[in-house]
Design a protein around this ligand. Sequence first.
Ligand SMILES: [Zn+2]
Length: 419
Amino acid sequence: MDFEYVELELPPGEAPPGRRVASALVQSGYQSLGEDYAALVRRYLPGGLRPPADAAPGARTVDVLIPPASPSARILVGERAADGGPIVAVVAIGRSLEDAHRTGTAAKVAIDTRGLVSGGLARCIVNDNGRHSATRFRTEWLRALGLEHRGDGLGPAGSSRPVLAAQVLRVLRGAPPVLDRPAVLRSRLEATLAESRVPAEPDTLESLAADGLVEKSFVLVCRQTGQVVGVGQDAADVQQAMRVALRCPHCRSPLRDELQDVLYSLSEAGDEFVSSTRWIRRTVEAALRRRGCEAFVLDQRAPGGRADGAACYHDTVLVFRLADPAPGAGDPRAFLEGLRDARGAIRGAAVRGVYVADTSDVEIPAGDAAVPVTVLSSARLEDDLDRLLREVERDNFARLTGMVVALPRPHPGGFLEEG
Ligand SMILES: [Zn+2]
């Protein structure tokens, strides 16, 4: 399930603006579940309803509609009060992002063709699926956060599964050195990964080698002592060495009796990748892109800046702090102070802090409740981040649509026809 939305500020008219948008859709063949619901309520309560005296402020859903062209999708029309007058939200829900996009676009066209706004609907759009926030994010809010937008500076691609890559590289870094670098033989790989409970396949090492994070060499290994007795660029080198009449310096056996193997060693690039927070940035980046977010800056901390990155997702500014492997005690506090400053500078969007650390036991001091902070563990970063982004989406959905069905509170006479 995914959704897209557009927020409208309609010129004043006779009916409330949300009602006018819903009617325009009904005229275009959309089925109004709100009308179905009202008809049902009229059957239960022919004597009518008293309007709820304590209707909660904030957004409410005016109608839920089924598009004529895609019966599995839904359009929600929400309405809420704002400083400049009521804002109408048209939310398209589909089975995928593409489905939601298609449904939302069709709804906009349907509203527009009903001539709801003279001069076109585009004039009334105050927020198109968070794009307005994304623009302000790039032009104003990043500077307020002490971040600079200098283009995507994440460097070479690294791995497509950065968390897994980091886990494997950490295992490799802990392995005893062979030929001066921490390394694992292919014949020992499966057991080594299993011992460390890293869910990697031997293929993972091949893709890390392709990315330059791991060096791969073909070796001849002493069958008795396990020591490397020859290194080659490829398997042919090793096979050639096995044909010569030399003996192993350790066990004196002919080289042709020793074992061929592949040695994976941690490259300098791999060591740098796993020691820095670059892989965390890459994971965050991948998760944001997977959810269709392009507005983010992740490694452009300006001097004196307190955040390591920020993203604008669903009209929410996510401020990231990527903790060093052993964060100082003052670190979360400084982050929180930075967030409080950010909250003041970012007007027109929700702000949320995201603190990424090696463990989720980090104590975030109870600070400004207006800025919620989520602590994510780097070991489970992909899952945790997906969960957080879903939560941000749901909060935005609630902001746009509020309460979907307001249950009527009947009075006894309502159950009978009046008169
Ligand atoms: Zn030997």
